[in-house]
Design a binder for this molecule. Structure first.
Ligand code: 7RM
Length: 644
């Protein structure tokens, strides 16, 4: 049998590293044949494609499976109904451990999605419209995404922890006509009033016509006549079937915002067929999901990890996926382990920041629970440090469940570099090898590709893959400038990486001005903009520094206009400003009031110096000769030493 055909059978069946490396070689030398074989065999298409890949390097446009017609919800739901109608698609676990869980079968999910799709239509939504979803982790959240996809509307999920200003800017950027939200949400012991945040946001969003409100917390909310409707009521008279809209392969499926290093967040646009093929393929292989397994990813659906690996990837494979409304610390730090035991979870996918927080608690929280169902452990979102890796491996996986350290991005749509459990030998802190069809490259600062192993550089991807974001919503030039300008014809990830002697990759972190705090990507520029609005502030620079639990925390260096103000009050006011314009996650751990910033002659702040000083690497500041005023560095060192 032709080796590609043999290996791609039922996705592919690799059971040895040799075969896998072989598959990687074949797939990387001919990604188009590889992806068309995968696409051909594993999905239901209304019409197959005319062309596998159309790549215009000059304009940075990519199209996969052009000419194909499909609807992703038919692949997530309808095609499983005959054989798996009664199988549980979604297990929903409440924030409150005493509230009954929901077990939603594929059949029930189908009805709920169809009804919601009809509600959207009844309220005027149609193919191509953008719909903002601002919901807590309740079943309606996943139903809402799928309902949008069913009618061809483009969902734009905004994480339900963002502030009113952040919601408003995302709604306006994508011109959303409709918002789906809830009265409130539960997060641990806290109850948040989401509807009031939406109301505040909508004061600045004239184009929104309709707000659908799910009832989660029985909060007394204001309903604006003519605009706001209770979702439950709308659902009560919606029909149970809704014909799926026929979509082109390249029709947008969703927009999801990610912070940039400069300016406002970028709405990354993902399209239908390529995203479907790649998320299904990568889910199946990276988690080695087998029929009957129970899979749990602890991310929020408001992030790409939730889109791809709570919802689409698992459902495309007919899997059972857990949606957890709560937090790891409520009612106590044993909650994750309790849930794993309760549902006999087989694959568990979480973030290093959660692992570190849980590793800091009494080990009894873990040992009280039977975790023997676990077969695969995943990590995502930031580099996992060696200590956390070993704690996860020893105490959670009991050295029997391989850790898949999965590297990827909102922009990549799916996992790019990861071990395949039981195939790729793992190595602490290494994401190991690219998935089939993925061609990483390390580049030096002059823009040349670094060949060979045992080296380090900036991580790029040389060839398109099906789930790559196609553009920045409304601003293709920004897409080109951000991702395709640094290195000609290649996608630049913004990350640095090293490649060890056998070709394993370790991602070392961002090389641009994005800081990952507790797994959340925060652009430093929007935080600086928020601070600079304070009347007492002249200028500011934000950087990230290593933090035991959060991975990174933020420090601000601030020049004051008004030095008569009480510094403690000012610090509070500045953090409140950040909280209301971005969200509490972006608050600063350290605030230093300084008389100047380390600037180059061209006026660029050398954040590298602030980063090094804040990381207590004072001796190793590198070349400071291009600074306009090198003496400012001493002042900064003094100020930072006060808090170390
Ligand atoms: C999936 C996700 C993307 C950024 C990325 C990296 C960092 C993600 C890892 C990682 C080291 C990993 N999307 N990152 N995974 N760094 N090892 N396994 O997180 O758009 O929110 O973030 O996250 O810097 O560029 S994201």
């Amino acid at each position: 049998m032709n080796s590609l055909k043999a290996l791609t059978d039922s996705y592919y069946n690799v059971d040895s590293l040799e075969k896998y490396i072989d598959l990687n070689r074949i797939s990387q030398s001919d990604p188009e044949s590889f992806w068309s074989t995968i696409a051909e065999r594993n999905f239901s298409w209304r019409k197959k494609w005319d062309k596998v890949l159309d790549w215009n390097k000059e304009e940075s446009t990519v199209k996969w499976f052009e000419g194909a017609k499909l609807n992703i919800t038919e692949n997530c739901i309808d095609r499983h109904l005959a054989s798996k109608g009664d199988k549980t698609a979604i297990i929903w676990e409440s924030n409150d451990p005493t509230e009954a869980a929901q077990h939603i079968s594929y059949k029930e999910l189908s009805i709920r999605v169809n009804k919601m799709a009809n509600v959207l239509k009844n309220n005027g939504a149609k193919k191509g419209d953008r719909i903002c979803i601002y919901l807590p982790m309740i079943p309606e959240l996943s139903v809402a995404l799928l309902a949008c996809a069913r009618i061809g509307a483009i969902h734009s999920v905004v994480f339900a922890g963002f502030s009113a200003a952040a919601v408003a800017s995302r709604i306006n950027d994508a011109d959303c006509k409709m918002v789906i939200t809830s009265d409130g949400s539960y997060r641990g012991a806290k109850k948040l009033n989401l509807k009031s945040i939406v109301d505040e946001a909508l004061e600045n969003c004239p184009i929104v016509e309709t707000v659908l409100v799910a009832n989660r917390t029985n909060l007394d909310v204001e309903m604006k006549a003519g605009r706001d409707r209770w979702l439950e009521k709308e659902l009560s008279y919606a029909e149970e079937t809704c014909e799926a809209e026929e979509m082109d392969a390249e029709d947008p499926l969703f927009v999801l915002y990610t912070s940039g290093s400069t300016g406002k967040p970028k709405g990354m646009v993902h399209t239908t067929a390529g995203y479907m093929v790649y998320t299904a393929f990568s889910f199946k292989n990276v988690f080695q999901y087998k029929d009957g397994d129970i899979y749990w990813c602890t991310a929020d659906i408001g992030w790409i990890t939730g889109h791809s690996y709570i919802l689409y990837g698992p459902l495309l494979n007919g899997a059972t996926t857990i949606i957890f409304e709560g937090v790891p610390s409520y009612p106590d730090y044993g909650r994750f382990w309790e849930i794993i035991e309760k549902y006999k979870v087989n694959q568990f996918y979480t973030a290093p920041t959660a692992i570190r927080a849980l590793a800091n608690q009494d080990i009894d929280f873990v040992n009280k629970h039977d975790l023997s169902s676990l077969k695969v452990l995943g990590s995502v979102g930031e580099p996992i440090n060696e200590e956390a890796w070993h704690w996860y491996n020893d105490n959670i996986g009991k050295k029997k469940a391989p850790i898949v350290d999965t590297w990827w991005q909102t922009e990549t749509g799916g996992i790019m570099i990861s071990p395949i459990p039981f195939v790729t030998p793992t190595k602490p802190t290494f994401a190991t090898l690219p998935l089939p069809g993925i061609q990483p490259a390390l580049m030096d600062e002059e823009g040349k590709e670094i060949q060979g192993n045992s080296t380090a550089g900036r991580l790029c991807i040389k060839f398109p893959w099906p789930s790559m974001a196609r553009t920045v919503y409304g601003d293709h030039q920004r897409y080109i400038d951000t991702y395709f300008s640094a290195y000609k014809g290649m996608y630049f990830t913004g990350d640095g990486a090293l490649r060890d002697e056998v070709g394993y990759y370790r991602i070392t972190g961002r090389v641009d001005d994005v800081v990952i705090v507790s797994g959340h990507n925060l652009g430093t520029a929007p935080i600086e903009n928020a601070i600079n609005e304070h009347p007492a502030v002249a200028e500011s620079a934000i950087i990230g520094f290593p933090h035991d639990i959060k991975g990174n925390a933020l420090a601000g260096f601030i020049i004051l206009k008004d030095e008569t103000r009480n510094p403690e009050n000012l610090q509070k006011e500045i953090n409140n400003l950040i909280s209301s314009s971005i969200g509490p996650i972006a608050k600063l751990d350290r605030i230093h009031f300084v008389s100047g910033l380390p600037k180059t002659r061209s006026g660029k702040i050398m954040r590298r110096i602030l980063r090094k000083v804040s990381s207590n690497e004072m001796e190793n500041l590198g070349d400071t000769s291009t600074l306009l005023d090198p003496s400012i560095v001493d002042e900064i060192i003094e100020k930072v030493k006060e808090v170390l």
